[in-house]
Design a protein around this ligand. Structure first.
Ligand code: BES
Ligand code: MN
Ligand code: ZN
Length: 497
């Protein structure tokens, strides 16, 4: 992707000039130049009521050689008093999607200058291009060998271009990191084993400059992470545990640990899942993918924080050596777990991971996991559930969520839920007796391993993937978590812990 900044310029040669515009009674002055060149077709359409500038309205005007842009795309952003960043992003996505077969596009943002800062406009224009132009077609034979694909964008904005170079760079880094997370999640499980995920993380560590330590099966055994080992037993792929680190050893800076569930395939194990939709369980490492993406951004942007990413990686498979329902294992903190359902494996691997986090003495510990189908029942695909033991942390996450399109909704952890996880013969069971409140009880289980750390859990089961196209995503992985965590980390680096 090549994105360049330039001043508003009608002589810009491109396949399409995108002009977001607000509904108004008269034709905006900035459009009149185009209107004149197009023999007043635009103003005629407005007069005839064919063009209203409604939110999401897309109107194409071919220029028939009268302008250097082959066509003008007027993208309506709706009423000026309702316009916000969310609407802007929606409109930008719709507009870009209409230009995916064009190699070069330009976008003129001057009509929105009274609604947003120039930095906001540049950031959204660029990041939305990354998400809108994302494809996952590496497994498809290309019939047309050189299909044109939107790969070059001129962002036209008043003021000197160099003023916004830093924002543009930030947008490019963020856009690439989100798409990296999407690639990791979309890749099928035979090409995204714990070992292959590790290779991908290593490549990104080199590219972005963060540290990466790899714990192998024997290290995991020595640490006493029996819960993680219990999940991996049924698989021929050995587990791995990655420690990603930005600003390594900088104990003077606020420390945040991010833990991401990395089940590269979840068959359910001996408590096997129904075969319908089981293939979707290749995406059960979306939490780990978001952690890699976030470390990449934090490192490239040199955020003034000590950031640690922990990703336990394993498959969950049935086998003669697999963990049986009823087996008891001892987690890293010495707590015994009765594994009543081998399909509740995410909490097992994260339990050990939250114990491991203690050694970094984090100011904040956040885990992301495609943990429960119940979360989809509760919130659908519209929000992640957030639960935890620290109101301030959850509050910061809510604030961060308000700054991007990644919604979160809080659920409680009350004593009754904890009681439901009591085991008759071990310290805790990995599922509740009641079979109710699945998302909460998953979090209540994790809470027992977070100890006294300030911890929040994000259940991203409903938001990590989409089966129907959404404004920000084609079907498949969404990259959920990278934007939310980035906003959170930026809040933290400006306001402190
Ligand atoms: N990975 C699944 C949760 C999931 C389901 C994510 C559907 C995305 C879509 C998780 O490991 C799981 O199997 N959870 C069980 C927990 C139950 C056994 C307590 C579930 O949700 O059914
Ligand atoms: Mn499972
Ligand atoms: Zn799972």
């Amino acid at each position: 992707m090549k994105i360049q900044l330039q001043s508003p310029d009608r002589s810009c040669e491109c396949n399409v000039m995108i002009v977001p515009w607000c509904k108004s009674d008269t034709i905006p002055a900035q459009l009149s130049g185009y209107d004149a060149a197009l023999s007043h077709e635009i103003s005629r359409s407005i007069e005839q009521g064919k063009l209203e500038g409604k939110e999401g309205e897309m109107a194409v005007f071919p220029s028939y050689g009268k302008l250097p842009a082959k066509r003008i795309l007027l993208a309506g952003v709706g009423s000026p008093d309702k316009l916000d960043r969310h609407i802007l992003r929606k409109v930008l996505h719709t507009a870009y999607r209409q230009c995916l077969r064009d190699e070069t596009a330009a976008i003129r943002l001057s009509l929105l200058a009274s609604h947003f800062s120039a930095d906001e406009l540049v950031f959204e224009a660029a990041t939305c291009l990354y998400s809108a132009a994302y494809t996952f077609d590496r497994y498809q034979e290309k019939l047309d060998k050189t299909p044109s694909r939107l790969s070059s964008l001129f962002i036209q904005i008043d003021r000197k271009a160099k003023d916004h170079a830093a924002v543009l760079r930030e947008a490019e880094i963020t856009g690439n990191a989100i798409n990296l997370a999407r690639d990791l999640v979309n890749t099928p499980a035979n090409h995204m084993t714990p070992a292959l995920f590790t290779e991908a993380a290593l490549r990104e560590a080199k590219n972005a400059g963060f540290g990466l330590q790899i714990l192998e099966q024997k290290d995991i055994q020595e640490l006493g992470m029996e819960a993680l080992l219990a999940v991996s037993r049924g698989s021929t792929e050995p587990p791995k545990f990655l420690i990603l680190e930005h600003n390594t050893g900088r104990t003077d800076l606020p420390t945040v640990v991010l833990a991401g569930k990395g089940v590269t395939f979840d068959s359910g194990g001996i408590s096997i899942k129904p075969s319908r939709n089981m293939h979707e369980m290749k995406t059960d490492m979306a939490g780990a993918a978001a952690v890699v993406g976030t470390l990449s951004v934090a490192s490239q942007l040199k955020l003034p924080l000590h950031l640690v990413g922990l990703t336990p990686l394993t498959e969950n498979m049935p086998d003669g050596r697999a963990t049986r329902p009823g087996d008891i294992v001892k987690a890293m903190n010495g707590k015994t777990i009765e594994i009543l359902n081998t399909d509740a494996e995410g909490r097992l691997i994260l339990g050990d991971t939250l114990c491991y986090a203690e050694r970094f003495k984090p100011d904040y510990l956040i885990d992301l996991a495609t943990l429960t189908g119940a979360c989809i029942v509760a919130l659908g695909h519209e929000a992640a559930a957030v639960l935890g033991n620290n109101a301030h942390l959850i509050d910061l996450l809510k604030q961060a969520s308000g700054l991007c399109d990644e919604r979160i909704w809080q659920l409680p952890i009350w004593e009754e839920y904890r009681e439901d996880l009591k085991s008759d013969i071990a310290d805790i069971a990995n599922i509740g007796k009641s079979g109710a409140a699945g998302t909460i009880e998953g979090a209540a289980f994790l809470e027992a391993f977070a100890g006294s750390q300030a911890w929040a859990h994000l259940d991203i089961a409903g938001v990590a993937n989409t089966t129907k196209p959404r404004f920000y995503s084609i079907p498949g992985a969404t990259g959920y978590g990278v934007s939310l965590l980035l906003q959170f980390l930026k809040l933290l680096s400006t306001t402190g812990v």
